[in-house]
Write a protein that binds this ligand. Structure first.
Ligand code: OFO
Length: 183
């Protein structure tokens, strides 16, 4: 007698899986965008900013991978995103960090809407899993906001841009005030 294949039960609804896959795209875009910004900074001699952005690109890739593992182990399929239209050049250093801040605000909105969805459908496991991203976003927004503030606080004239680049290296310390994470 032919054995009947029973599809294992899924922990995720199709809708939640699709939302998490959209978030995977967003994290992949963040990783690619920060890598591109880091590379531009390196060509312009903004050494500290470039290191900061390369490190953040790696972190965003980790955020993406964490989501892929979660979706796969909950019975879904985490998809490698198609990433296109990455910006390679920037007007100046300020534009780089303003773009980071705006991007992080968009990521926060997206995470919050998935959290809201999970709460409504009573998927408390995914709701709980996403709390890590909620706090991570608070920290990343703080970092990016502080980076943009530096341009007004220090000014871009004379050695200003060089000083701003140096200060970018201290941002992690600043953000740890919010997260409580060791630097
Ligand atoms: Fe800052 O985007 Fe990831 O979560």
């Amino acid at each position: 007698m032919k054995q009947q294949i029973v599809t294992p039960a899924r922990s995720l609804t199709k809708e939640t899986e699709a939302l998490l896959n959209k978030q995977i795209v967003m994290e992949g875009k963040s990783a690619a965008a920060y890598l591109s910004m880091g590379s531009w900074c390196e060509t312009k001699g903004y050494e500290t900013s470039s290191q900061f952005l390369f490190k953040h690109s790696d972190e965003e890739r980790m955020h993406m991978l964490k989501l892929i593992h979660y979706v796969n182990t909950a019975g879904g399929h985490g998809l490698q995103p198609e990433i296109t239209k990455i910006k390679h050049t920037f007007k100046n250093l300020r534009e780089v960090f303003e773009t980071v801040l705006n991007h992080e605000l968009e990521v926060t909105k997206s995470i919050n809407s998935i959290v809201d969805h999970c709460f409504k459908i009573k998927d408390f496991a995914t709701f709980n899993f996403l709390q890590w991203y909620v706090m991570e976003q608070r920290e990343e927004e703080t970092l990016a906001r502080r980076a943009v503030e530096l341009f007004d606080l220090i000014g871009e004239e004379g050695v200003g841009l060089w000083m701003i680049d140096q200060e970018i290296g201290k941002l992690e310390m600043y953000a740890s005030k919010v997260s409580g994470k060791p630097v």
